[in-house]
Ligand binder design. Sequence first.
Ligand code: AMP
Ligand code: MG
Length: 361
Amino acid sequence: MSYINGETPKSKLRSAIVAALLAAVIFWAAKAYISGLEPISAERESYRLGTVVRLTVWGEDKTALDHALDDSMAEITRLESLFSVNIADSDISKINANSGQFVEVSPETKEVLALAVKNAAMTHGAFDPTIGPVVKLWGIGTKNARVPSDSEINAARALVDYRKVSIHDKGGRTYVAVGKGQSLDLGGIAKGWIADRIAALLKERGVKSAIVDLGGNIYALGESPRGREWKLGLRHPQKPRGEYFAAVDVADTSVVTSGAYERYFEKDGVRYHHILDPSTGRPAQSDLISVSVISKKSADADALCTALFVMGLDRSAAFLKRHLDIQAALVKGGNNAVFITPDLKGCFKLTDGTMALEVLK
Ligand code: AMP
Ligand code: MG
């Protein structure tokens, strides 16, 4: 056997080992360099679902991020066209226009409605998706906003009852009916349900860090691009948009806040806001000014936020004691005390020094 350049089997093995080591060092250095780079981000902002929708994603491949964002926006538009009461041929508008009769609906409508009814039962109707007649009567947030008469309020209130929603499966299709005169309004849950959907879609596309913000209904996907928990601010109920009273550290979690300050009108010095009490047919006379719910599932957080606001502090505290899996921060008006559930202690930080913090028992 002859060896070119005088290489012996031993020296050949040595140079192979050196080459392999060198390749490993180069590969390691390149990887360290790449992971040290700031991830690329991409963003879309648009007016949807009656609010400002902002999606922000981080990753390494700009084209893939852009595709994921475009598909997410298209999905939001598609879901809005199924759930909105302002779109005449949406599933919800068809159910409302044909109250008392079964109407075929999409699987998505079935899912969001089933979840709405579940949350209504759990909160004994403080959250109720059949609030439609009351929402329409007050017209809060529209140019038709007005204070209705007592008899109008009583007539609308009498129609609100989630137990009259029927969901029926037959031959692989789903049919839904509400009671005669009833109408659905998913304004208190749809944004949360859609946020869950968009987070799932982004995950499917391999996105590991994202903020899905549907008008303040937030889903923080994965960890922040720096590989830490996200720090999310909770909107201050008495200060301009963009100011926070507290921050929570979360990963893969939704944070939803409901407050009387979001949508309202004023008449003769009285403020009428958009969170309605199904038992009175009027804006909820709550002692709370803001409720945040922190949950893995944004749909539940959305519905429960609305419900806890309606319940007020004492009923909310009793409810949260029975449902220890729900994490919430409640702000009481007047003295501005903040009440949090015990499990939030580790990740909740009050940033407004004028507010007092109390942990619920
Ligand atoms: P949110 O901003 O999530 O608290 O939801 C408020 C919206 O949900 C309102 O604009 C109404 O469309 C609807 N809504 C108001 N009160 C209730 C209620 N008690 N239960 C269910 N939906 C409600
Ligand atoms: Mg809600």
